[in-house]
Design a protein around this ligand. Structure first.
Ligand SMILES: Cc1cc2nc3c(=O)[nH]c(=O)nc-3n(C[C@H](O)[C@H](O)[C@H](O)COP(=O)(O)OP(=O)(O)OC[C@H]3O[C@@H](n4cnc5c(N)ncnc54)[C@H](O)[C@@H]3O)c2cc1C
Length: 287
């Protein structure tokens, strides 16, 4: 492991001051990605700044029609809250898939987002639930719709000294259902070959889809939304032919690579299957 300095500030102001200083200053939340990356020289750091003692980054609140997830809140805490109140099923499912129980206890949702892996499991769930990334830096903060947060594999639009402060999600109406599924060759502890999050909101009187969101993981350099499929679903009723067609259209958003985990064609087929399955789960949840 290369040498680096380490600081664990207890105030956001101090952390932002330290992070904006000279050199390669890298935030650490759970460390489940970044420690391995430093060890293997895939990232470097002069200074690692531990965010896990900063109260603003540990906020987890569900009130006033929104869910606020502090950037350093663990996957376990998010899973526990979202599974209790049942408003964000896709996020509840995705946060329970990360690694193992030990990893989920340590890893943050914010770290999953900022690591910006195309395969990250919580990102499609956050995207279908329309998360906004609130950032902070020594000179101010920004609110960035999560779909605009990613710049490439492992890259975000965060500037030097800027961190993710929290993710804010609107509480969906009671006529909304969501789901997240991924495919991995093993039962757990693997990276998604493809992942799909879906969300459907229906008009309860007509059963017509008012809002549809579909987001894909592991099939493009960044997580992507399947806009054509979403547009097709909105205004339709959810039946088998509609779901079949939406699944076909979702594939249009996928521009996968072929690698050791699967060919591009295989990944496209997975997008079709997983879209169909997540939409069917949404339909069952709405019944
Ligand atoms: C055994 C194992 C299994 C795993 N399984 C999965 C899996 O199934 N699915 C999956 O998606 N991932 C998986 N991961 C990857 C990892 O656990 C997740 O990405 C996790 O959510 C990262 O969170 P963290 O808090 O540990 O991030 P860290 O490692 O602390 O940080 C990750 C990156 O984000 C940056 N960062 C962290 N917080 C902030 C912030 N607030 N602002 C700006 N930058 C920040 C760091 O500098 C670093 O570059 C696995 C990892 C391991 C070791």
């Amino acid at each position: 492991m290369p040498n680096f300095d380490y600081e664990a500030p207890t105030s956001l102001k101090t952390a932002l001051g330290v992070l904006s200083g000279n050199g390669e200053n890298r935030p650490l939340a759970g460390g489940t990605d970044v420690i391995d990356q430093l060890k293997n020289n895939r990232r470097n750091a002069d200074l690692v700044v531990d965010l896990k003692r900063i109260p603003e980054l540990l906020t987890l609140e569900l009130d006033e029609g929104r869910l606020r997830i502090g950037a350093a809140v663990s996957c376990t805490e998010v899973h526990n809250l979202t599974s209790e109140n049942d408003c964000f099923p896709a996020l509840s499912e995705a946060s329970e898939l990360i690694g193992s129980i030990h990893i989920q206890n340590r890893a943050s949702i914010g770290g999953n987002v900022c690591n910006a892996a195309p395969s990250a499991d919580t990102i499609p769930a956050l995207l279908v639930h329309e998360a906004i990334a609130h950032t902070a830096s020594a000179t101010g903060g920004r609110e960035i719709p999560l779909i605009d947060f990613f710049a490439g594999p492992g890259q975000t639009v965060l500037q030097k000294g800027e961190i993710l402060k929290e993710l804010v999600l609107p509480v969906p109406s009671s006529n909304t259902a969501s789901a997240y599924l991924r495919f991995i060759p093993r039962n757990e502890m693997d990276i998604a070959v493809a992942g799909v999050g879906s969300l459907i909101e229906v008009d309860p009187s007509s059963n017509i889809v008012q809002k549809a969101r579909i987001a894909l993981a592991s099939v493009a350099p960044t997580p992507v939304r399947a806009y054509t499929a979403e547009n097709f679903l909105e205004g339709s009723t959810i039946d088998n032919p509609t779901i079949e067609k939406a699944a076909d259209l979702a594939v249009e958003a996928a521009v996968p690579i072929t690698d050791v985990r699967g060919s591009a064609e295989y990944r496209k087929e997975l997008v079709k299957v997983l879209t169909k399955r997540t939409l069917n789960i949404c339909r069952e949840r709405l019944a």
